[in-house]
Write a protein that binds this ligand. Structure first.
Ligand code: HH2
Length: 277
């Protein structure tokens, strides 16, 4: 199993670690830490040294209740970081739902578009499908970040997420995009309450029926705080455990803040013989 991206064909036989680079003043767990270009680039280098296989660079926080960032502000945050990160020797992903940001990133040669909105913005689907080789991650989200946690409702969360992701993947196939460029993400914490997140986690296997690789992002999220009783700054162990459990349930890429800890855990997981496909 591979993930075809602009410059790299990523082998997913081994689970991969996607390191989070938030070039934002207000991300839920690391806002303001890497909000200028040089700090963000230093963070990229640290994540690679710690074992990141992919860098995911974003310029807008999508935490619950947040207001959208203006297009020009987002571009000014991410483009200089993307430009330099492209030379660090690993695949680079742009974390955005804005078509114009995707376009600018792809023009720079960016490898992957990671979209929490699964390419539903005007022109996003056509743009990505028309690209000759970039990878894409399609994530499920009910509603939008501003309102998604107010009152999320599902009749059957696992079925609805599966049907949504199937429809979004099919839309890209219809435009001629090859399956090996597409990765799916259940979107833990995006328009889902605590019970929804846990039910989806327990039934994550059901998403494998879609036949495409899964990426998951549990890192430091609120549900892990509820499960453990830990505050935001103290959720590393919970996040690593969630990443391992997600991989055990079929995820091939884990999107994490704590790269070194997650990479170590995955090494032990593989040494224990749990890594064979
Ligand atoms: N979660 C966040 C952002 N982007 N992308 C994917 N594919 N999956 C996720 O679960 C996901 C994501 C939220 O985390 P973070 O980037 O740390 O926070 P913020 O949105 O506040 O910047």
């Amino acid at each position: 199993m591979h993930w075809q991206t602009t410059r790299y064909r990523i082998d997913l036989t081994t689970p991969r670690v996607m390191g989070i680079v938030n070039v934002t003043p207000d991300s839920f767990s690391d806002g303001g830490r890497h909000s200028n270009t040089s700090a963000a680039l230093a963070h990229c280098e640290r994540l690679i040294a710690a074992g990141a296989d992919i860098l995911d660079i974003g310029g807008e926080s999508t935490r619950p209740g947040v207001d959208p960032v203006l297009l020009d502000d987002e571009l000014a945050r991410v483009l200089p970081v993307l430009r330099d990160a492209m030379s660090l020797g690993v695949p680079v992903s742009i974390d955005t739902y804005k078509t114009e940001v995707m376009r600018a990133a792809l023009d720079l040669g960016c490898d992957i578009v990671n979209d929490i909105n699964a390419l539903r913005a005007d022109g996003a689907e056509a743009l990505v499908a028309a690209h000759p080789s970039c990878g894409v991650c399609l994530m499920h989200m009910q509603n939008e970040p501003k309102t998604m946690q107010l009152d999320p409702r599902y009749a059957d969360v696992a079925r609805e997420v599966r049907e949504f992701l199937a429809e979004r993947a099919q839309a890209l196939r219809t435009r001629g995009m090859a399956d090996d460029r597409i990765v799916l993400d259940p979107g833990y914490g995006f328009g889902k309450n605590h019970a929804h997140n846990l039910e989806l986690f327990v039934r994550q296997d059901e998403l494998r029926a879609l036949g495409l690789p899964l990426l998951v992002g549990w890192s430091r999220k609120g549900t892990l705080g509820k499960v453990t009783g830990r505050e935001l700054g103290d959720r590393v162990v919970a996040s690593v455990a969630a990443a391992l459990a997600a991989v055990q349930r079929g995820a091939r890429i884990v999107r994490v803040h704590d790269v070194a800890e997650t990479a170590d855990a995955l090494k032990v997981w593989r040494a224990a013989g749990l890594g064979s496909p």
